[in-house]
Design a protein around this ligand. Structure first.
Ligand SMILES: [Zn+2]
Ligand SMILES: [Zn+2]
Length: 70
């Protein structure tokens, strides 16, 4: 029986799967964001990803500076 990668205790229900790497975790150990559960590492990744997406969106919306012309 695998251990929970977060708390290192044996897995037992209620459990969830990380939406990103499919690791099984206790539901109480999983981090939730945007309606999905993630393990610790993937949660970090997901948060980073969300920030990148927000930044990309802002750029796409023309929120960037006009740029240096000369
Ligand atoms: Zn756990
Ligand atoms: Zn994961």
């Amino acid at each position: 029986m695998p251990d929970c990668p977060i708390c290192n205790k044996p897995l037992e229900p209620p459990m969830v799967k990380c939406s990103s790497c499919s690791a099984e975790l206790h539901r109480a150990c999983a981090k939730r964001t945007m309606g999905k559960s993630y393990c610790k590492d993937c949660y970090k990744q997901a948060k980073k990803q969300a920030r990148f997406e927000r930044m990309a969106q802002r750029e796409a919306l023309g929120g960037g500076k006009p740029g240096k012309i000369w």
